[in-house]
Design a protein around this ligand. Structure first.
Ligand SMILES: N[C@@H](CCC(=O)N[C@@H](CS)C(=O)NCC(=O)O)C(=O)O
Length: 203
């Protein structure tokens, strides 16, 4: 059994998506970041960085317990443990990793920076946030182009789609404003219709 400690944010949902979509048995423990649940001594012992998500797998590698942080490390761990979501074919695997890292670095970082600049520490003028919004829209446009004529980023459902989905779903307003991005929009709908995705994003 895997314990997932998460908050309802893109990073937390990425880990929940990984566990739901791979079908591994897990329990959710939802943290309230505004209340400071991530700063308790119990949680700090799990992750000294005091950030979510974290998993604890009592049946980790070698049969020993494993505590793991970083949403993408959790996504890859779950995929490898279940033997799903990472294609065996070398070309498909290379494309999967390419789009996984695009989602986890370019998209997630730009979306996170925009969150900080608009909600946490608003920048003095509007230019800074507008710059990151345009940058994020450009990244989503690249996803839209990639999804023309294919259902998923690497053709079949992979870790790359699960990495991108929480940020893209949370930024639907930016996608619509800078669109049309019909292929990305249809992919969002296709992902949302998957029962595992709906379960992961429900709380
Ligand atoms: N790179 C990390 C980022 C983790 C992170 O920043 N988590 C945020 C929620 S999205 C958090 O728990 N922050 C705690 C806080 O704000 O005190 C990952 O992908 O897991």
């Amino acid at each position: 059994m895997i314990d997932l400690y998460y908050a309802p944010t893109a990073n937390g949902w990425r880990a929940a998506l990984a566990l739901e979509q791979t079908g591994l048995a897990f329990r959710r423990h939802k943290l309230d970041l505004a209340k400071g649940d991530q700063k308790t001594p119990e949680f700090t012992a799990l992750n000294p960085l005091q950030s979510t998500p974290v998993i604890r797998d009592e049946d980790g590698p070698g049969g020993r317990p494993l505590v793991l942080t970083q949403s993408v490390a959790i996504l890859l761990y779950a995929a490898e443990k279940a033997g799903k979501l990472i294609p065996a074919d070398a070309l498909a695997r290379a494309r999967t990793l390419e789009w996984l890292l695009f989602a986890a670095s370019d998209v997630a970082m730009t979306s996170g920076t925009l969150f900080q600049l608009t909600l946490v520490k608003p920048a003095p003028g509007p230019e800074c946030a507008a710059h990151f919004e345009r940058r994020l829209a450009r990244f989503f446009a690249a996803c839209d182009t990639r999804l023309a004529g294919r259902d998923y980023l690497a053709d079949e459902l992979t870790v790359a789609d699960l990495a991108l989905y929480p940020n893209a779903a949370a930024r639907r307003a930016i996608i619509d404003k800078h669109g049309p991005m019909p292929h990305l929009t249809r992919w969002l709908e296709r992902m949302a219709a998957r029962p595992a995705v709906a379960r992961a994003m429900a709380e």
